[in-house]
Design a protein around this ligand. Structure first.
Ligand code: FRU
Length: 489
């Protein structure tokens, strides 16, 4: 396996061949992080869905395994989750434990020809290597919703039973079950909450402590929303913060408040790992680094689609309320090869590029920049003379942005070429950024992880330049570290 094709990510997961979309069945079991995913094994565009499979011991290096779930008489295998059934509540494991996948069967062979979606189970007693379809599938059906999918199951510790969040049209349904087989509907959420720009998909539900407020915790409900032809943004992921009592979810924020998980264009259908050991305690997230707007059109050959970096989620108390933050997992530091380290250096607008000796196509940048009255600054990646991707800061608007209009190949979709960003307030006049650059992506973590931008870019592989510039006046580099990142393949 070479993983050396043009645009092939070097430290993000992508399948060796063919199509990938949503992460599925994220679960930790006996030393392995499992990553299943929506996969078409015979084509590099979306089609009859299977669950592809990869495992990792460190969230960084992945081994691709044979396909886990194949379409059967109930239909294609759409998105869903996996859990460890520690207590053998299902009876699948003869009193032992094993993995249970809970997913959507998407059936197109229906009498009326209308596709039908229902929820089903499969189980594995050999660490996810082989799977058995439950003979009683589907375990959950409904005749009201056409879009009825993406079950995410969690163990509800307080009530000692399973809980499921499921996307239905533009609502989230909350179910519970003693055994993963028999499900009761608890409540419905979302009629007038958050963004309704598209169909709701891929929910997740978990509780997190609030940093800096001892003893306080809140529930987070993640909801991805499908593309809307009238909006340039395409598919996006929103989240809600609130309370969950085993039956229903109550939003802490005003119904019209929309909280975006990511302000870039390419982080969709992300969910979190189940069963991460308590002594680790992290809530770990990964998303599909793509957008339905153009996902089938990306200029890659032989494979299509990649995951974001794995991220640790947390909650922080901000002025506006409790908000989600994401940070790349610490394990990624193992890939670093130091390239440059500097501090207390002033850069004036019009100065030469102090990074002219730094080249690379897989880089991590850690920067603390003092604005000192300058209207803005930026990093330009993969290019020179007007070419390249810009990660910039506009002080007048307190705005962090990615401009990929001149980033490289963009003619595969008219909405790909764009600039977008989010509000970011300086801390004591300083902007802190952590940037990860791979062959076809940039991920920017700012404001302690509260502002994140994830974007695909398709630069000419020959362009490996890096530039740091001030727009006018001068900025001060308080500290800057640049690392090359080793390939994981
Ligand atoms: C989200 C999604 C899910 C569905 C899957 C099909 O990207 O549309 O709702 O289960 O992809 O591949």
């Amino acid at each position: 396996k070479s993983y050396s094709e043009t645009f092939r990510p070097q430290f993000h997961y992508s399948p060796e061949a063919n199509w990938l979309n949503d992460p599925n069945g994220l679960v930790w079991y006996e030393g392995e992080y499992h990553l299943f995913y929506q996969h078409h094994p015979h084509s590099s565009v979306w089609g009859p869905m299977h669950w592809g499979h990869a495992v990792s011991r460190d969230l960084v290096h992945w081994e691709e395994l044979p396909i886990a779930l194949h379409p059967d008489h109930n239909g294609a295998i759409f998105s869903g989750s996996a859990v460890v059934d520690w207590r053998d509540t299902t009876g699948f494991f003869n009193g032992g434990s094993g993995l249970v996948a809970v997913f959507t069967h998407h059936d197109t062979q229906t009498p009326g020809g209308e596709p039908r979606q229902s929820q089903s189970l499969a189980y594995s007693a050999d660490k996810g290597r082989t799977w058995t379809m439950y003979e009683g599938n589907p375990v959950l059906e409904d005749d009201q919703h056409v879009d009825y999918r993406d079950p995410k199951v969690i163990w509800d510790e307080e009530r000692e039973r399973w809980a499921m969040v499921l996307a239905a049209g533009q609502r989230i349904l909350f179910y519970h079950s003693p055994d993963l087989i028999h499900w009761s509907l608890g409540s419905e959420f979302g009629a007038s909450e958050g963004s309704h720009d598209g169909v709701w998909e891929c929910p997740d539900l978990f509780r997190l402590p609030v940093d800096g407020r001892s003893g306080e915790s809140r529930w987070v409900l993640i909801v991805s929303i499908g593309p809307n032809d009238e909006l340039a943004e395409g598919s996006r992921t929103q989240y809600f913060v609130g309370e969950y009592d085993g039956v229903s979810f109550v939003n802490d924020n005003a119904p019209e408040t929309v909280l975006w998980l990511d302000h870039g264009r390419d982080n969709y259908a992300g969910v979190t790992w189940s069963d991460v050991p308590a002594q680790d305690g992290r809530r770990l997230f990964i998303g599909w680094m793509n957008n339905w707007k153009y996902a089938n059109l990306l200029p890659t050959e032989g494979w299509r689609g990649a995951m974001t970096l794995p991220r640790e989620l947390g909650l922080v108390a901000c002025e506006e309320g409790v908000r989600l933050r994401q940070l790349p997992v610490g394990e990624l530091e193992a890939l670093r090869e130091p390239k440059l380290q500097m501090d207390h250096t002033v850069i004036k607008a019009g100065d030469g590029n102090i990074l002219q000796d730094v080249h690379g196509s897989t880089l991590e940048i850690e920067a603390e920049i003092r604005l000192s009255g300058a209207p803005g600054f930026g990093f330009r990646l993969h290019g020179s003379g007007g070419q390249g991707t810009v990660i910039g800061y506009d002080a007048a608007r307190s705005y962090l942005f990615i401009d990929r209009r001149n980033a490289g190949v963009s003619d595969f979709h008219s909405d790909f070429s764009c600039e977008h960003g989010a509000e970011l307030k300086p801390e004591d006049d300083i902007i802190k950024l952590r940037i990860f650059i791979d062959h076809s992506s940039v991920e920017v973590f700012a404001g302690g992880g509260c502002v994140v931008l994830t974007d695909q870019v398709f630069p000419d592989p020959a362009h490996q330049e890096l530039e740091l510039y001030a727009n006018e006046g001068s900025i001060e580099i308080m500290s800057l570290s640049i690392y090359g990142l080793k390939s994981i393949w």
